[in-house]
Design a protein around this ligand. Structure first.
Ligand code: A3P
Length: 315
Protein backbone atom coordinates (compact mmCIF):
# COMPACT_ATOMS: atom_id res chain seq x y z
CA UNK A 1 0.00 0.00 0.00
CA UNK A 2 1.03 3.59 -0.62
CA UNK A 3 2.74 5.16 2.39
CA UNK A 4 0.88 8.12 3.77
CA UNK A 5 0.79 10.00 7.01
CA UNK A 6 -2.27 9.46 9.16
CA UNK A 7 -5.30 11.58 8.27
CA UNK A 8 -6.15 14.27 10.85
CA UNK A 9 -9.32 12.38 11.73
CA UNK A 10 -7.19 9.40 12.72
CA UNK A 11 -4.47 11.42 14.40
CA UNK A 12 -6.74 13.83 16.30
CA UNK A 13 -9.92 11.75 16.45
CA UNK A 14 -9.64 11.07 20.17
CA UNK A 15 -8.90 14.70 20.96
CA UNK A 16 -11.95 15.83 19.01
CA UNK A 17 -14.18 13.11 20.47
CA UNK A 18 -13.47 14.49 23.94
CA UNK A 19 -14.65 18.02 23.03
CA UNK A 20 -18.13 19.39 23.82
CA UNK A 21 -20.50 18.63 20.94
CA UNK A 22 -23.45 20.44 19.43
CA UNK A 23 -25.79 18.56 17.16
CA UNK A 24 -27.42 20.86 14.64
CA UNK A 25 -27.61 21.61 10.92
CA UNK A 26 -23.82 21.37 10.91
CA UNK A 27 -22.59 19.44 13.94
CA UNK A 28 -20.03 21.35 15.96
CA UNK A 29 -17.22 20.75 18.43
CA UNK A 30 -16.13 23.41 20.89
CA UNK A 31 -12.38 23.91 20.51
CA UNK A 32 -10.44 26.90 21.82
CA UNK A 33 -13.65 28.84 22.40
CA UNK A 34 -15.09 28.27 18.91
CA UNK A 35 -17.70 25.89 17.52
CA UNK A 36 -15.77 24.27 14.70
CA UNK A 37 -17.72 22.09 12.29
CA UNK A 38 -17.09 18.58 13.54
CA UNK A 39 -16.01 17.46 10.10
CA UNK A 40 -13.27 20.10 9.96
CA UNK A 41 -12.10 20.07 13.59
CA UNK A 42 -9.31 17.51 13.08
CA UNK A 43 -8.14 19.28 9.92
CA UNK A 44 -8.04 22.64 11.69
CA UNK A 45 -5.99 21.12 14.49
CA UNK A 46 -3.62 19.69 11.87
CA UNK A 47 -3.45 23.12 10.20
CA UNK A 48 -2.48 24.68 13.53
CA UNK A 49 0.20 22.15 14.20
CA UNK A 50 1.63 21.44 10.79
CA UNK A 51 1.23 24.45 8.53
CA UNK A 52 4.52 26.10 7.56
CA UNK A 53 3.90 29.62 6.33
CA UNK A 54 6.05 31.46 3.85
CA UNK A 55 6.74 35.15 4.52
CA UNK A 56 4.89 36.20 1.37
CA UNK A 57 1.78 34.05 1.90
CA UNK A 58 -1.54 35.87 1.80
CA UNK A 59 -4.23 34.28 3.92
CA UNK A 60 -7.76 35.12 2.77
CA UNK A 61 -9.85 34.69 5.90
CA UNK A 62 -13.58 35.00 6.21
CA UNK A 63 -16.61 34.20 8.22
CA UNK A 64 -18.68 31.69 6.19
CA UNK A 65 -21.26 33.28 3.86
CA UNK A 66 -19.72 36.73 4.20
CA UNK A 67 -18.10 37.02 0.78
CA UNK A 68 -15.43 34.32 0.71
CA UNK A 69 -16.04 33.50 -2.93
CA UNK A 70 -15.91 37.15 -3.90
CA UNK A 71 -12.75 37.84 -1.88
CA UNK A 72 -11.05 34.83 -3.48
CA UNK A 73 -11.99 36.03 -6.94
CA UNK A 74 -10.87 39.62 -6.30
CA UNK A 75 -7.57 38.64 -4.73
CA UNK A 76 -6.79 36.12 -7.43
CA UNK A 77 -7.78 38.52 -10.20
CA UNK A 78 -5.68 41.30 -8.67
CA UNK A 79 -2.62 39.10 -8.22
CA UNK A 80 -2.78 37.57 -11.69
CA UNK A 81 -3.94 40.65 -13.61
CA UNK A 82 -0.74 41.01 -15.60
CA UNK A 83 -0.58 37.36 -16.56
CA UNK A 84 -3.75 37.10 -18.67
CA UNK A 85 -5.71 39.26 -21.07
CA UNK A 86 -9.01 40.11 -19.34
CA UNK A 87 -11.06 38.03 -21.78
CA UNK A 88 -8.90 34.95 -21.21
CA UNK A 89 -8.70 35.04 -17.46
CA UNK A 90 -8.82 31.65 -15.65
CA UNK A 91 -11.74 32.91 -13.55
CA UNK A 92 -13.86 32.68 -16.67
CA UNK A 93 -13.27 28.94 -16.68
CA UNK A 94 -12.69 28.09 -13.03
CA UNK A 95 -14.74 28.67 -9.89
CA UNK A 96 -12.91 30.86 -7.33
CA UNK A 97 -12.89 27.90 -4.93
CA UNK A 98 -10.99 25.89 -7.52
CA UNK A 99 -8.16 28.41 -7.86
CA UNK A 100 -7.46 29.15 -4.18
CA UNK A 101 -7.29 26.22 -1.77
CA UNK A 102 -9.51 26.13 1.31
CA UNK A 103 -7.17 25.16 4.13
CA UNK A 104 -9.82 23.21 6.02
CA UNK A 105 -10.46 20.94 3.04
CA UNK A 106 -6.77 20.55 2.26
CA UNK A 107 -5.82 19.40 5.75
CA UNK A 108 -8.97 17.38 6.37
CA UNK A 109 -8.32 15.41 3.21
CA UNK A 110 -4.62 14.88 3.96
CA UNK A 111 -3.64 16.91 0.90
CA UNK A 112 -1.37 19.42 2.58
CA UNK A 113 1.45 18.61 0.16
CA UNK A 114 -0.64 20.53 -2.38
CA UNK A 115 0.18 23.68 -0.46
CA UNK A 116 3.91 22.95 -0.70
CA UNK A 117 3.57 22.70 -4.46
CA UNK A 118 2.07 26.17 -4.92
CA UNK A 119 4.36 28.88 -6.28
CA UNK A 120 4.95 31.98 -4.15
CA UNK A 121 3.28 34.18 -3.29
CA UNK A 122 0.59 31.72 -2.23
CA UNK A 123 -3.03 32.69 -1.74
CA UNK A 124 -4.80 30.42 0.70
CA UNK A 125 -8.26 30.61 2.25
CA UNK A 126 -9.64 29.75 5.67
CA UNK A 127 -12.62 30.21 7.97
CA UNK A 128 -10.43 29.51 11.02
CA UNK A 129 -10.76 32.25 13.67
CA UNK A 130 -7.76 34.55 14.10
CA UNK A 131 -7.43 33.27 17.67
CA UNK A 132 -6.84 29.74 16.33
CA UNK A 133 -4.54 30.48 13.39
CA UNK A 134 -1.16 28.73 13.56
CA UNK A 135 1.27 30.61 15.76
CA UNK A 136 3.70 31.09 12.86
CA UNK A 137 1.00 32.79 10.76
CA UNK A 138 0.25 35.48 13.34
CA UNK A 139 3.83 35.82 14.65
CA UNK A 140 5.84 38.97 13.95
CA UNK A 141 7.18 37.90 10.60
CA UNK A 142 4.07 35.90 9.76
CA UNK A 143 1.72 36.14 6.80
CA UNK A 144 -0.48 38.89 5.51
CA UNK A 145 -4.14 38.31 6.21
CA UNK A 146 -7.15 39.78 4.40
CA UNK A 147 -10.43 39.27 6.25
CA UNK A 148 -13.98 39.79 5.09
CA UNK A 149 -17.12 39.95 7.20
CA UNK A 150 -20.67 41.08 6.66
CA UNK A 151 -23.82 42.24 8.38
CA UNK A 152 -24.68 39.22 10.57
CA UNK A 153 -28.33 39.42 9.48
CA UNK A 154 -27.38 38.94 5.84
CA UNK A 155 -24.95 36.21 6.84
CA UNK A 156 -27.83 34.40 8.58
CA UNK A 157 -30.05 34.58 5.51
CA UNK A 158 -27.20 33.50 3.24
CA UNK A 159 -26.25 30.59 5.50
CA UNK A 160 -29.89 29.53 5.75
CA UNK A 161 -30.26 29.33 1.98
CA UNK A 162 -26.92 27.59 1.61
CA UNK A 163 -27.68 24.94 4.22
CA UNK A 164 -31.15 24.43 2.77
CA UNK A 165 -29.45 22.98 -0.27
CA UNK A 166 -28.41 20.10 2.00
CA UNK A 167 -31.31 20.18 4.47
CA UNK A 168 -34.53 21.35 2.84
CA UNK A 169 -36.42 21.32 6.15
CA UNK A 170 -34.03 23.67 7.95
CA UNK A 171 -35.76 26.66 9.56
CA UNK A 172 -34.45 30.22 9.59
CA UNK A 173 -35.26 30.39 13.30
CA UNK A 174 -32.82 27.56 13.96
CA UNK A 175 -30.02 29.43 12.21
CA UNK A 176 -30.88 32.67 14.02
CA UNK A 177 -30.81 30.89 17.38
CA UNK A 178 -27.42 29.37 16.65
CA UNK A 179 -25.98 32.79 15.81
CA UNK A 180 -27.54 34.30 18.93
CA UNK A 181 -26.15 31.63 21.26
CA UNK A 182 -22.78 31.47 19.51
CA UNK A 183 -22.99 27.84 18.38
CA UNK A 184 -23.22 28.70 14.67
CA UNK A 185 -20.42 26.99 12.67
CA UNK A 186 -17.13 28.84 13.41
CA UNK A 187 -19.01 30.87 16.03
CA UNK A 188 -19.40 32.81 18.13
CA UNK A 189 -19.54 35.08 15.10
CA UNK A 190 -18.74 38.17 17.21
CA UNK A 191 -15.52 36.62 18.51
CA UNK A 192 -14.55 35.61 14.97
CA UNK A 193 -15.03 39.16 13.70
CA UNK A 194 -13.42 40.73 16.78
CA UNK A 195 -10.33 38.54 16.51
CA UNK A 196 -9.57 39.82 13.02
CA UNK A 197 -10.75 43.34 13.84
CA UNK A 198 -8.40 43.71 16.80
CA UNK A 199 -5.52 42.28 14.79
CA UNK A 200 -6.22 44.76 11.99
CA UNK A 201 -6.08 47.61 14.48
CA UNK A 202 -2.88 46.50 16.18
CA UNK A 203 -1.12 45.25 13.05
CA UNK A 204 -2.56 47.16 10.09
CA UNK A 205 0.44 46.22 7.95
CA UNK A 206 -0.38 42.51 8.44
CA UNK A 207 -4.17 42.33 8.65
CA UNK A 208 -6.60 44.06 6.29
CA UNK A 209 -10.22 44.13 7.46
CA UNK A 210 -12.90 44.33 4.78
CA UNK A 211 -16.67 44.31 4.81
CA UNK A 212 -18.89 42.82 2.17
CA UNK A 213 -20.98 46.00 2.14
CA UNK A 214 -17.90 48.12 1.42
CA UNK A 215 -17.14 46.12 -1.70
CA UNK A 216 -20.60 46.69 -3.11
CA UNK A 217 -21.16 49.75 -5.21
CA UNK A 218 -18.88 52.56 -6.23
CA UNK A 219 -16.22 52.06 -3.56
CA UNK A 220 -15.26 48.61 -4.84
CA UNK A 221 -12.31 49.98 -6.82
CA UNK A 222 -10.93 51.76 -3.75
CA UNK A 223 -10.89 48.53 -1.81
CA UNK A 224 -9.41 46.49 -4.63
CA UNK A 225 -6.69 49.12 -4.97
CA UNK A 226 -6.01 48.99 -1.23
CA UNK A 227 -6.02 45.20 -1.22
CA UNK A 228 -3.54 45.01 -4.11
CA UNK A 229 -1.24 47.47 -2.35
CA UNK A 230 -1.59 45.49 0.88
CA UNK A 231 -0.70 42.26 -0.90
CA UNK A 232 2.42 43.87 -2.31
CA UNK A 233 1.12 44.34 -5.86
CA UNK A 234 0.03 47.97 -6.12
CA UNK A 235 -1.54 49.09 -9.37
CA UNK A 236 0.94 51.18 -11.35
CA UNK A 237 0.07 54.55 -12.85
CA UNK A 238 -0.02 52.93 -16.27
CA UNK A 239 -2.39 50.23 -15.02
CA UNK A 240 -4.58 52.85 -13.40
CA UNK A 241 -4.71 54.79 -16.63
CA UNK A 242 -5.54 51.61 -18.51
CA UNK A 243 -8.52 50.83 -16.27
CA UNK A 244 -6.97 47.75 -14.65
CA UNK A 245 -8.75 48.29 -11.34
CA UNK A 246 -12.15 48.51 -12.97
CA UNK A 247 -11.49 45.41 -15.02
CA UNK A 248 -10.71 43.38 -11.87
CA UNK A 249 -13.93 44.62 -10.28
CA UNK A 250 -15.89 43.85 -13.44
CA UNK A 251 -14.40 40.37 -13.85
CA UNK A 252 -15.45 39.52 -10.28
CA UNK A 253 -18.87 41.17 -10.33
CA UNK A 254 -21.73 39.07 -9.08
CA UNK A 255 -23.70 39.17 -12.34
CA UNK A 256 -20.66 38.22 -14.39
CA UNK A 257 -19.56 35.35 -12.12
CA UNK A 258 -23.03 33.96 -11.55
CA UNK A 259 -23.69 33.79 -15.28
CA UNK A 260 -20.53 31.82 -16.11
CA UNK A 261 -21.09 28.27 -17.21
CA UNK A 262 -18.45 27.01 -14.75
CA UNK A 263 -20.36 28.55 -11.82
CA UNK A 264 -23.70 27.10 -12.86
CA UNK A 265 -22.67 23.47 -12.90
CA UNK A 266 -20.74 20.96 -10.86
CA UNK A 267 -19.60 21.15 -7.27
CA UNK A 268 -16.91 22.94 -5.27
CA UNK A 269 -15.07 21.90 -2.13
CA UNK A 270 -14.78 18.40 -0.81
CA UNK A 271 -17.14 18.60 2.15
CA UNK A 272 -20.56 17.48 0.96
CA UNK A 273 -19.52 18.89 -2.43
CA UNK A 274 -21.75 21.94 -2.56
CA UNK A 275 -23.16 22.76 -5.99
CA UNK A 276 -21.16 25.68 -7.36
CA UNK A 277 -24.27 27.72 -8.07
CA UNK A 278 -25.03 27.71 -4.32
CA UNK A 279 -22.18 30.20 -3.88
CA UNK A 280 -23.96 32.76 -6.08
CA UNK A 281 -27.42 33.44 -4.74
CA UNK A 282 -28.41 37.10 -4.63
CA UNK A 283 -25.26 39.08 -3.90
CA UNK A 284 -26.79 42.14 -2.23
CA UNK A 285 -26.83 43.88 1.15
CA UNK A 286 -30.05 43.99 3.12
CA UNK A 287 -31.79 40.85 1.85
CA UNK A 288 -32.43 40.03 5.52
CA UNK A 289 -35.43 42.36 5.40
CA UNK A 290 -37.16 39.92 3.04
CA UNK A 291 -36.77 37.01 5.45
CA UNK A 292 -36.64 38.27 9.00
CA UNK A 293 -39.12 40.02 11.26
CA UNK A 294 -38.10 43.42 12.63
CA UNK A 295 -38.03 41.78 16.07
CA UNK A 296 -35.53 39.14 14.99
CA UNK A 297 -33.41 41.77 13.27
CA UNK A 298 -33.43 43.91 16.41
CA UNK A 299 -32.52 40.88 18.52
CA UNK A 300 -29.46 40.13 16.40
CA UNK A 301 -28.43 43.79 16.14
CA UNK A 302 -28.72 44.13 19.91
CA UNK A 303 -26.48 41.15 20.55
CA UNK A 304 -23.74 42.32 18.21
CA UNK A 305 -23.95 45.93 19.36
CA UNK A 306 -23.44 44.72 22.91
CA UNK A 307 -20.53 42.44 21.97
CA UNK A 308 -18.84 45.16 19.92
CA UNK A 309 -19.31 47.87 22.54
CA UNK A 310 -16.06 49.72 23.23
CA UNK A 311 -14.14 47.95 20.45
CA UNK A 312 -14.42 50.73 17.88
CA UNK A 313 -16.22 48.32 15.58
CA UNK A 314 -19.68 49.36 14.48
CA UNK A 315 -22.16 46.74 13.41
P1 A3P B 1 -26.17 35.76 -0.63
O1 A3P B 1 -26.55 34.39 -0.18
O2 A3P B 1 -26.67 36.82 0.29
O3 A3P B 1 -26.53 36.03 -2.06
P2 A3P B 1 -19.40 32.92 0.73
O4 A3P B 1 -18.70 33.12 -0.56
O5 A3P B 1 -18.61 33.38 1.92
O6 A3P B 1 -19.95 31.55 0.87
O7 A3P B 1 -20.63 33.94 0.72
C1 A3P B 1 -21.67 33.75 -0.19
C2 A3P B 1 -22.39 35.06 -0.38
O8 A3P B 1 -21.61 35.91 -1.22
C3 A3P B 1 -23.70 34.85 -1.09
O9 A3P B 1 -24.57 35.87 -0.57
C4 A3P B 1 -23.31 35.06 -2.53
O10 A3P B 1 -24.39 35.37 -3.37
C5 A3P B 1 -22.35 36.22 -2.40
N1 A3P B 1 -21.43 36.35 -3.52
C6 A3P B 1 -20.75 35.37 -4.16
N2 A3P B 1 -20.01 35.86 -5.16
C7 A3P B 1 -20.21 37.21 -5.16
C8 A3P B 1 -19.72 38.28 -5.97
N3 A3P B 1 -18.90 38.05 -6.99
N4 A3P B 1 -20.15 39.52 -5.68
C9 A3P B 1 -21.01 39.75 -4.67
N5 A3P B 1 -21.50 38.78 -3.87
C10 A3P B 1 -21.11 37.52 -4.11
Amino acid sequence: AEARSPLPKEEFGDLVAALPRKEQYLDGRLYGGFWLPEHYAPGIIAFRRRFTPRPDDVVLASYPKCGTTWLKALAFAAMTRAAYPADEHPLLRLNPHDVIPFVEDVFTDGHEAKLDMLPSPRLINTHTPYQLLPEAVVAGGGCKVVYICRDPKDMVVSLYHFMRRLQPDLSLAGVVDSVADGTVPFGPMWDHILGYWRASVSRPDRVLFLRYEDLLGSAAGEHVRAMARFMGRPFSAAEEAGGAVASVVELCSFERMKALEVNRRGTAGSYKSMPRDAFFRKGVAGDWANHMSPETAARLDGIFREKFRGTGLAI
